[in-house]
Design a protein. Structure first.
Length: 300
Protein backbone atom coordinates (compact mmCIF):
# COMPACT_ATOMS: atom_id res chain seq x y z
CA UNK A 1 0.00 0.00 0.00
CA UNK A 2 1.29 3.46 -0.92
CA UNK A 3 1.72 6.10 1.76
CA UNK A 4 3.32 9.53 2.06
CA UNK A 5 5.42 10.88 4.93
CA UNK A 6 7.21 14.19 5.32
CA UNK A 7 10.97 14.31 5.04
CA UNK A 8 11.40 15.09 8.73
CA UNK A 9 9.52 11.88 9.61
CA UNK A 10 12.00 9.57 7.89
CA UNK A 11 15.73 8.88 8.29
CA UNK A 12 17.95 11.03 6.11
CA UNK A 13 19.36 7.89 4.53
CA UNK A 14 15.85 6.86 3.41
CA UNK A 15 15.17 10.21 1.76
CA UNK A 16 18.55 10.08 0.04
CA UNK A 17 17.83 6.55 -1.19
CA UNK A 18 14.55 7.77 -2.71
CA UNK A 19 16.35 10.68 -4.41
CA UNK A 20 19.16 8.61 -5.87
CA UNK A 21 16.85 5.83 -7.07
CA UNK A 22 14.47 8.30 -8.68
CA UNK A 23 17.20 10.15 -10.55
CA UNK A 24 19.49 7.22 -11.36
CA UNK A 25 18.67 7.31 -15.09
CA UNK A 26 18.12 11.07 -15.43
CA UNK A 27 19.35 13.44 -18.14
CA UNK A 28 22.17 14.68 -15.91
CA UNK A 29 23.89 13.10 -12.93
CA UNK A 30 21.96 14.24 -9.83
CA UNK A 31 23.18 11.50 -7.48
CA UNK A 32 24.30 12.78 -4.08
CA UNK A 33 25.83 11.67 -0.83
CA UNK A 34 24.48 12.85 2.52
CA UNK A 35 26.65 16.01 2.89
CA UNK A 36 25.63 17.27 -0.57
CA UNK A 37 21.97 16.43 0.08
CA UNK A 38 21.95 18.35 3.37
CA UNK A 39 23.78 21.24 1.71
CA UNK A 40 21.14 21.37 -1.03
CA UNK A 41 18.34 21.55 1.52
CA UNK A 42 20.07 24.46 3.27
CA UNK A 43 21.31 26.43 0.26
CA UNK A 44 17.97 26.34 -1.54
CA UNK A 45 15.76 26.80 1.55
CA UNK A 46 14.00 23.47 1.05
CA UNK A 47 11.72 22.55 3.94
CA UNK A 48 11.80 19.03 5.46
CA UNK A 49 8.32 19.57 6.91
CA UNK A 50 6.92 20.36 3.44
CA UNK A 51 9.00 17.89 1.42
CA UNK A 52 7.44 14.44 1.05
CA UNK A 53 8.55 10.85 0.55
CA UNK A 54 6.35 8.24 -1.16
CA UNK A 55 6.47 4.67 0.18
CA UNK A 56 5.39 1.37 -1.31
CA UNK A 57 4.83 -0.47 1.95
CA UNK A 58 8.06 0.31 3.82
CA UNK A 59 10.15 0.76 0.69
CA UNK A 60 10.85 4.36 -0.47
CA UNK A 61 9.38 4.79 -3.94
CA UNK A 62 9.74 8.51 -4.64
CA UNK A 63 9.95 12.00 -3.21
CA UNK A 64 9.39 15.70 -3.83
CA UNK A 65 11.54 18.41 -2.26
CA UNK A 66 9.57 21.59 -1.59
CA UNK A 67 10.48 25.12 -0.58
CA UNK A 68 8.18 28.00 0.38
CA UNK A 69 9.28 31.62 0.82
CA UNK A 70 8.02 35.19 0.58
CA UNK A 71 8.95 36.85 -2.71
CA UNK A 72 8.18 40.55 -3.10
CA UNK A 73 5.03 40.29 -0.96
CA UNK A 74 3.78 36.96 -2.33
CA UNK A 75 4.18 33.45 -0.94
CA UNK A 76 5.94 31.32 -3.55
CA UNK A 77 6.53 27.56 -3.53
CA UNK A 78 9.09 25.59 -5.49
CA UNK A 79 9.12 21.95 -6.47
CA UNK A 80 12.86 21.40 -6.12
CA UNK A 81 12.84 17.90 -7.54
CA UNK A 82 10.28 15.14 -7.99
CA UNK A 83 11.58 11.62 -8.58
CA UNK A 84 9.93 8.20 -8.72
CA UNK A 85 11.96 5.00 -8.42
CA UNK A 86 12.01 2.85 -11.58
CA UNK A 87 10.21 -0.05 -9.87
CA UNK A 88 7.25 2.20 -9.05
CA UNK A 89 6.83 4.08 -12.34
CA UNK A 90 3.56 3.70 -14.17
CA UNK A 91 1.62 3.40 -10.90
CA UNK A 92 0.68 7.07 -10.52
CA UNK A 93 3.42 7.90 -8.03
CA UNK A 94 4.37 11.16 -9.72
CA UNK A 95 0.78 12.38 -9.67
CA UNK A 96 0.42 11.39 -5.99
CA UNK A 97 3.49 13.43 -5.07
CA UNK A 98 2.42 16.40 -7.16
CA UNK A 99 -1.16 16.50 -5.90
CA UNK A 100 -0.06 16.14 -2.28
CA UNK A 101 2.47 18.96 -2.74
CA UNK A 102 -0.19 21.25 -4.25
CA UNK A 103 -2.55 20.40 -1.40
CA UNK A 104 0.14 21.44 1.07
CA UNK A 105 0.82 24.64 -0.86
CA UNK A 106 -2.83 25.61 -0.59
CA UNK A 107 -2.85 24.74 3.10
CA UNK A 108 0.14 27.06 3.61
CA UNK A 109 -1.51 29.92 1.72
CA UNK A 110 0.89 29.81 -1.24
CA UNK A 111 0.11 32.28 -4.01
CA UNK A 112 2.32 30.87 -6.75
CA UNK A 113 3.79 27.38 -7.26
CA UNK A 114 6.83 27.02 -9.54
CA UNK A 115 9.06 24.33 -11.00
CA UNK A 116 11.49 23.65 -13.83
CA UNK A 117 11.61 20.60 -16.08
CA UNK A 118 13.96 19.46 -18.85
CA UNK A 119 12.43 20.20 -22.25
CA UNK A 120 12.85 16.57 -23.34
CA UNK A 121 10.92 15.21 -20.34
CA UNK A 122 7.58 15.05 -22.16
CA UNK A 123 5.80 12.74 -19.64
CA UNK A 124 6.62 15.08 -16.72
CA UNK A 125 5.57 18.17 -18.69
CA UNK A 126 2.24 16.52 -19.54
CA UNK A 127 1.68 15.64 -15.87
CA UNK A 128 2.43 19.17 -14.71
CA UNK A 129 0.06 20.59 -17.30
CA UNK A 130 -2.71 18.22 -16.22
CA UNK A 131 -2.27 19.54 -12.68
CA UNK A 132 -2.59 23.15 -13.86
CA UNK A 133 0.99 24.29 -14.37
CA UNK A 134 1.56 26.65 -17.29
CA UNK A 135 4.72 26.94 -19.39
CA UNK A 136 6.24 30.39 -18.86
CA UNK A 137 9.22 30.05 -21.14
CA UNK A 138 12.51 28.28 -21.68
CA UNK A 139 15.60 28.78 -19.56
CA UNK A 140 19.13 27.71 -20.49
CA UNK A 141 22.24 26.62 -18.68
CA UNK A 142 25.43 27.76 -20.39
CA UNK A 143 29.00 26.58 -19.91
CA UNK A 144 32.27 28.19 -20.93
CA UNK A 145 34.65 25.58 -22.32
CA UNK A 146 38.27 25.69 -21.18
CA UNK A 147 40.26 27.99 -23.41
CA UNK A 148 37.19 29.68 -24.90
CA UNK A 149 38.00 33.06 -26.43
CA UNK A 150 35.49 35.92 -26.65
CA UNK A 151 34.41 36.88 -30.14
CA UNK A 152 34.43 40.41 -31.48
CA UNK A 153 31.45 42.59 -30.75
CA UNK A 154 31.61 42.64 -26.96
CA UNK A 155 31.71 45.68 -24.72
CA UNK A 156 33.27 48.68 -26.49
CA UNK A 157 35.88 50.90 -24.88
CA UNK A 158 33.44 53.78 -25.20
CA UNK A 159 30.73 51.88 -23.30
CA UNK A 160 33.21 50.74 -20.65
CA UNK A 161 34.24 54.35 -20.09
CA UNK A 162 30.68 55.63 -20.00
CA UNK A 163 29.26 52.96 -17.65
CA UNK A 164 30.56 52.67 -14.09
CA UNK A 165 30.55 49.19 -12.53
CA UNK A 166 30.84 48.32 -8.87
CA UNK A 167 30.55 45.09 -6.88
CA UNK A 168 28.02 44.73 -4.07
CA UNK A 169 26.18 42.13 -2.01
CA UNK A 170 23.52 40.42 -4.09
CA UNK A 171 20.82 41.74 -1.74
CA UNK A 172 21.44 45.22 -3.15
CA UNK A 173 20.28 44.10 -6.58
CA UNK A 174 16.97 42.97 -5.07
CA UNK A 175 16.24 46.54 -3.97
CA UNK A 176 16.47 47.95 -7.49
CA UNK A 177 13.13 49.00 -8.97
CA UNK A 178 13.76 46.87 -12.09
CA UNK A 179 14.92 43.73 -10.28
CA UNK A 180 12.97 40.66 -11.46
CA UNK A 181 11.63 38.82 -8.44
CA UNK A 182 9.69 36.32 -10.53
CA UNK A 183 11.45 33.38 -12.14
CA UNK A 184 13.28 30.14 -11.34
CA UNK A 185 13.83 29.65 -7.60
CA UNK A 186 17.57 29.13 -7.96
CA UNK A 187 17.91 32.64 -9.45
CA UNK A 188 16.20 34.40 -6.51
CA UNK A 189 18.69 36.45 -4.53
CA UNK A 190 17.68 34.49 -1.41
CA UNK A 191 19.01 31.31 -3.06
CA UNK A 192 22.40 32.88 -3.73
CA UNK A 193 23.99 32.22 -0.35
CA UNK A 194 27.18 34.28 -0.24
CA UNK A 195 26.24 35.75 -3.60
CA UNK A 196 27.51 39.00 -5.05
CA UNK A 197 26.47 41.21 -7.95
CA UNK A 198 27.91 43.80 -10.28
CA UNK A 199 25.83 46.96 -10.61
CA UNK A 200 26.17 49.20 -13.64
CA UNK A 201 25.56 52.90 -13.10
CA UNK A 202 25.40 55.91 -15.37
CA UNK A 203 25.25 59.45 -14.05
CA UNK A 204 24.57 58.10 -10.57
CA UNK A 205 21.59 55.99 -11.64
CA UNK A 206 21.49 52.18 -11.63
CA UNK A 207 21.31 50.86 -15.19
CA UNK A 208 21.78 47.12 -14.76
CA UNK A 209 22.85 44.27 -12.50
CA UNK A 210 24.54 40.89 -12.83
CA UNK A 211 24.33 38.43 -9.89
CA UNK A 212 27.00 35.75 -9.46
CA UNK A 213 28.56 33.37 -6.98
CA UNK A 214 32.20 32.50 -6.54
CA UNK A 215 32.79 28.89 -5.46
CA UNK A 216 36.00 28.14 -3.57
CA UNK A 217 37.85 24.89 -3.02
CA UNK A 218 38.79 23.57 0.40
CA UNK A 219 42.19 25.23 0.00
CA UNK A 220 40.66 28.64 -0.65
CA UNK A 221 41.20 28.72 -4.41
CA UNK A 222 38.48 29.94 -6.76
CA UNK A 223 37.17 26.81 -8.44
CA UNK A 224 34.00 27.95 -10.23
CA UNK A 225 31.98 31.01 -11.18
CA UNK A 226 28.19 30.78 -11.36
CA UNK A 227 26.40 33.53 -13.29
CA UNK A 228 22.69 34.32 -12.98
CA UNK A 229 20.23 36.31 -15.16
CA UNK A 230 21.23 39.88 -15.94
CA UNK A 231 18.75 42.70 -15.51
CA UNK A 232 18.71 46.11 -17.25
CA UNK A 233 16.51 49.12 -16.50
CA UNK A 234 13.57 49.31 -18.87
CA UNK A 235 13.48 51.66 -21.81
CA UNK A 236 17.25 51.93 -22.27
CA UNK A 237 18.60 51.84 -25.85
CA UNK A 238 21.96 50.42 -24.67
CA UNK A 239 20.72 47.14 -23.13
CA UNK A 240 23.26 44.99 -24.96
CA UNK A 241 26.14 47.32 -24.13
CA UNK A 242 25.28 47.17 -20.43
CA UNK A 243 25.09 43.37 -20.49
CA UNK A 244 28.39 43.12 -22.36
CA UNK A 245 30.08 45.56 -19.98
CA UNK A 246 28.91 43.73 -16.86
CA UNK A 247 29.85 40.31 -18.20
CA UNK A 248 33.27 41.36 -19.50
CA UNK A 249 34.07 43.09 -16.20
CA UNK A 250 33.14 39.95 -14.25
CA UNK A 251 35.14 37.62 -16.48
CA UNK A 252 38.16 39.91 -16.62
CA UNK A 253 38.50 39.61 -12.85
CA UNK A 254 38.32 35.81 -12.92
CA UNK A 255 41.54 33.76 -13.17
CA UNK A 256 42.12 31.81 -16.39
CA UNK A 257 41.05 28.19 -16.12
CA UNK A 258 38.21 28.88 -13.68
CA UNK A 259 35.08 26.98 -14.68
CA UNK A 260 32.22 29.34 -15.50
CA UNK A 261 28.56 28.44 -15.82
CA UNK A 262 25.41 30.51 -16.39
CA UNK A 263 22.29 29.31 -14.58
CA UNK A 264 18.64 29.47 -15.73
CA UNK A 265 19.11 32.25 -18.27
CA UNK A 266 15.72 33.02 -19.89
CA UNK A 267 15.87 32.26 -23.62
CA UNK A 268 13.72 35.37 -24.11
CA UNK A 269 16.58 37.54 -22.78
CA UNK A 270 18.28 37.77 -26.18
CA UNK A 271 20.40 40.70 -25.01
CA UNK A 272 22.08 38.49 -22.41
CA UNK A 273 22.18 35.16 -24.24
CA UNK A 274 23.96 36.99 -27.06
CA UNK A 275 26.43 38.50 -24.58
CA UNK A 276 27.16 35.07 -23.14
CA UNK A 277 27.72 33.55 -26.57
CA UNK A 278 30.03 36.41 -27.56
CA UNK A 279 32.00 35.68 -24.37
CA UNK A 280 32.49 32.05 -25.42
CA UNK A 281 29.64 30.36 -23.53
CA UNK A 282 27.70 27.54 -25.17
CA UNK A 283 24.24 26.13 -24.25
CA UNK A 284 24.38 22.96 -22.15
CA UNK A 285 20.79 22.28 -21.06
CA UNK A 286 17.32 23.68 -21.74
CA UNK A 287 14.44 23.60 -19.27
CA UNK A 288 10.91 24.92 -19.11
CA UNK A 289 9.96 27.24 -16.27
CA UNK A 290 6.37 26.52 -15.21
CA UNK A 291 3.96 28.23 -12.82
CA UNK A 292 0.67 27.39 -11.11
CA UNK A 293 -1.18 30.44 -9.80
CA UNK A 294 -3.11 29.51 -6.65
CA UNK A 295 -4.35 33.05 -5.85
CA UNK A 296 -4.48 36.42 -7.62
CA UNK A 297 -1.38 37.62 -5.74
CA UNK A 298 1.84 36.86 -7.62
CA UNK A 299 5.22 38.65 -7.53
CA UNK A 300 6.34 40.94 -10.34
Amino acid sequence: MASIRTLNEVPLSTALEAWNMGFEDYYVDLSMKEPAFVSRLHNEDLLPEQSIVLFDGERPAGLTLNGIRMVNGSKVAWNGGTAVAPFYRGKGGGRQLLEESIRRYREEGVDLATLEVFVQNAPAIALYERCGYVNKGMTRFYERPAGAQPSSGGASLEAAARIEVREADVAEASSLTFYRHRGPWQTHWLSLKGGRCLIAEQEGQAAGYLPFRRIYSGTGELSALLIYPCGVAGGRPDTEEIADTLLSRLLSGTPDGTGARAVHIPAADAFFTAALERAGFVPAHELLYMELALTDTVPS
